[in-house]
Design a protein around this ligand. Sequence first.
Ligand SMILES: C[S@@+](CC[C@H](N)C(=O)[O-])C[C@H]1O[C@@H](n2cnc3c(N)ncnc32)[C@H](O)[C@@H]1O
Length: 475
Amino acid sequence: MSSRPPRAPRPHRRPHRDPVRVLAFDALRAVDERRAYANLVLPPLLTKARRAGELDTRDAALATELVYGTLRRQGTYDAVLAACVDRPLREVDPPVLDVLSLGAHQLLGTRIPVHAAVSASVELARYVLGDGRAKFVNAVLRRVAAHDLDGWLDRLCPPYDEDPERHLALRHAHPRWIVSALWDALGGGREEIESLLAADNERPRVTLAARPGRATREELLAAQPQAEPGRWSPYAVRLAEGGEPGALDAVREGRAGVQDEGSQLVALALAGAPVTGRDTRWLDGCAGPGGKAALLAGLAAERGAALLAAERQPHRARLVARALAGNPGPCQVIVADGRRPAWRPGAFDRVLVDVPCTGLGALRRRPEARWRRGPEDLDGLASLQRGLLRSALEAARPGGVVGYATCSPHLAETRVVVGDVLKGLRGPGDPRAEWIDARPLLPGVPGLGEGPDVQLWPHRHGTDAMYLALLRRTA
Ligand SMILES: C[S@@+](CC[C@H](N)C(=O)[O-])C[C@H]1O[C@@H](n2cnc3c(N)ncnc32)[C@H](O)[C@@H]1O
């Protein structure tokens, strides 16, 4: 009996290491496992890979896009993957799910051709997970590739008229409770909320603030010829796509800082609000990491006023000190709880409290944040926000002004807080306060709402969704 000679075993092929995908996977693992923030975890990984000669500028841009895009659309990709995996997604190992999500993003959210997206993902799976799980990744991604993103959304989204919030949540990759909260604050119809949700999914251009008395906008523009002046703040400069703030001397020397234009407008409005009488003592009661404090300190210096910056977290207070180093006028940083003041009541002419919040106004720059937050977070912040505003009112003298700011437009963190605190000021020793119309203090900025407070929006103003209420202490 003749028999064929046994086939030689196939030589085991070492999986190819694609530095862009491996780096993106490492970043996703860090975000998932250590609850790291993508905007903090990614830059050192990119720097290390570039120093090792593994990535050029285009590779770094692709790795960034893969990480940010995968995280931002996680809810939508999970819904697609759930339809392609024959067991609940929570039973899929997290590293496998990260490879699948990265693959789903390449297939549904980029222009990478289907075959390249699948084969790069399978190769990544072989490299980081092994051959067995690579087969599973291959099978799932082939099912994902059966439709493009619109095709999947048509299959997965309920009709808009039946369930508008769920429809928008899936289509624009936001948790439903956030769609609901944003819509409550924004008002308007479908077109307006869709513009906002779409704007949340765009990466914002980097904006700088030239710190008064230390740098000028012209200096920044001359150093970065492709940069543009900001739209609203006279101190703002918007870098071109991919612009590196660290390449500017003024940023390295702390004379300018990265700061969204919305934050600049908040500081400028507080500084511009009319006060009666003395105007020499300013307080930032929640100063870390110091962006608004640096702008306020520069403005104070121009008017012969001094800024005290208080921050509860020592490490964040150190960041404030760094931001204020070199300020041309008097300023001081202290570690203090803004609710247990280290200052006399009525000591200040202007007070800012930019309180800790859910950050729902800055979803553009923190891609994973929307999936980490939950409505229960509001409960934990409610009494802190009220306590800080109340202390701020106590810190201002009669005739002085207080700015209450959040980088969240959620009504429970904005108007409701201010309304509650004002209503609660009834006791004989309590400060009294009235609203100031903040809108004229943001000159030239349209669409600020019905006042007296202001709400900025990414789709209207190109800023984070910062909220500002200005109050005058009356007694
Ligand atoms: C939204 S951030 C402020 C951002 C800052 N204004 C800026 O522009 O860079 C809120 C800050 O308040 C600090 N914080 C939280 N609770 C505080 C408290 N009870 N007293 C003082 N600061 C507090 C947080 O550590 C955080 O640094």
